[in-house]
Design a protein around this ligand. Structure first.
Ligand code: ADP
Ligand code: ASP
Ligand code: MG
Length: 419
């Protein structure tokens, strides 16, 4: 029997009516002859509420109990979806992570899949069940404790099931009708893409486009899962939405395919550090040990570089990290200074920054993308604080108040509103 994976995000299962709407989409695929694995998120807002309850109870919470609480939102929607399908006459059974079992690592709140044995669900399909409704975002650790996969993790559950069960396709139903050139909530000129290459989607997701969790794209790319994003609120057919696929399937692509942004950035500068071998290691080693995800890094040119008479020259180091890791980063630097590992005169934190990035596989073969980007930002009077590039993306850190303006300007500059 051909099999489909259908994932419904938080807004798509936000109340009983929407669960019914989603169930109708599942029923239609069953009528077309598919066995279906449905992955559900918690009702929208539920996971935030659960996280708030944990933080309100314990500041330095036990990560195992965080996962036990936060995973529960998906249990409710999985049961409700199975019940709704049964009411429609579709034989369905719900599955929590431990029942499958979805085996993960023990890295609580950031667990990774280890294995998803098919036996239990396959046995139910053989019994005549047509739908397995699986709670997204969760798994079980080697110690038998509940784990979660990180925010937005139900997308990754969906792709992992599609890979494990050899699904014909993995359909991600959400509150937009596909992947756009930028977040349609920020630019009304954003245009829906019919196809996007895995690599581009991977960059867009990791640079802030939360329409798919980064890990889900990584898994889809590795296991060659046909991944599609489409609307749960509109009539859809096999041509709807956006297909995330191999580069070769895209006949013609633009130099830049999309603009992504992230508001949750911070910039930290260490003034007057020593300019000697080993300094970068002495700074970024302790940051890594403290679990700080450093993103962009700039080291200033030092006096020594243009004048050899400065043997004891100094320089400055700037890096960016997620805003909620600033306190941890500051403490790691202060501890390193107190331990005599590094010297600096001042540590300056800027939490009013955002990262804006342009992404496109066409950049590999086109020069001048950076120049176009910088010109568009300059025309709007947007000052660039930090720049970083890779083969298919350019990112800049700017004042957060200019973020929307910068996104619009770049969208226009690369002609993304035009097909
Ligand atoms: P779900 O709850 O279904 O998982 P999410 O809120 O996680 O949905 O992701 C969908 C949202 O992603 C959209 O509502 C949209 O605002 C946002 N988004 C950001 N960038 C993009 C993009 N390039 N294309 C489409 N949606 C995007
Ligand atoms: N409910 C979880 C979250 O809000 C997982 C998901 O929706 O993908 O992060
Ligand atoms: Mg999501």
């Amino acid at each position: 029997m051909p099999l489909l994976v259908m994932k419904f995000g938080g807004t798509s299962v936000a109340n009983l009516e929407r669960i019914e709407n989603a169930a109708l989409k599942v029923q239609r695929e069953v009528e077309r002859g598919y066995d279906v694995i449905v992955i559900v998120s918690a009702m929208s807002g539920k996971t935030n509420e659960l996280v708030g309850w944990v933080e309100g109870t314990s500041k330095l919470y036990d990560a195992r109990e965080y996962d036990a609480v936060v995973a529960s939102g998906e249990n409710v929607t999985a049961g409700l979806m199975a019940l709704r399908l049964q009411e429609m006459g579709v034989p369905a059974r719900s599955w929590q992570g431990w029942q499958v079992p979805i085996n993960t690592t023990a890295a609580h709140s950031a667990a990774r899949f280890v294995s998803i044995p098919r036996d239990n669900i396959d046995a139910k399909f053989k019994e005549g069940f047509k739908v397995a409704v699986v709670a997204g975002f969760q798994g079980v650790s080697p110690e038998g404790r509940i784990t979660t996969l990180g925010r937005g993790g139900s997308d990754t559950t969906a792709v992992a099931f599609a890979a494990a069960f050899g699904a014909e396709r993995c359909d991600i139903y959400t509150d937009v009708d596909g992947v756009y050139t930028t977040d349609p909530r920020v630019s009304d000129k954003a245009r829906k893409l019919n196809k996007i290459a895995f690599e581009e989607m991977l960059e867009l997701a990791s640079l802030g486009a939360k329409v798919l969790q980064t890990r889900s794209v990584e898994l889809a790319m590795r296991y060659k899962v046909r991944l599609r994003v489409l609307s749960s609120f509109e009539e859809t057919d096999e041509n709807s939405g956006t297909l995330v696929c191999d580069e070769e399937e895209i006949m013609e692509s633009k130099v830049v395919s999309g603009v992504a942004f992230s508001r949750e950035e911070a910039k930290i500068t260490l003034f007057t550090i020593e300019d000697r071998p080993g300094v970068a290691q002495a700074i970024f080693g302790p940051l890594a040990d403290a679990g700080v995800n450093v993103d962009m890094i700039v080291q200033n040119i030092s006096e020594k570089d243009y004048d050899d008479s400065h043997p004891g020259a100094v320089t400055d180091m700037t890096f960016s990290c997620p805003i909620n890791q600033v306190e941890r980063a500051k403490k790691a630097m202060e501890d390193a200074r107190n331990a005599g590992l590094i010297k600096y005169d001042e540590l300056i934190i800027d939490t009013d920054v955002a990262k804006v990035s342009v992404v496109g596989i066409g950049m590999r073969s086109h020069a001048g993308v950076a120049a176009t980007m910088f010109k568009a930002l300059a025309n709007e009077g947007v000052n660039i604080k930090v720049i970083s590039t890779s083969e298919i993306k350019i990112s800049v850190l700017i004042d957060r108040k200019y973020m929307e303006l910068a996104v619009q300007a770049l969208h226009d500059a690369f002609g993304l509103d035009k097909a």
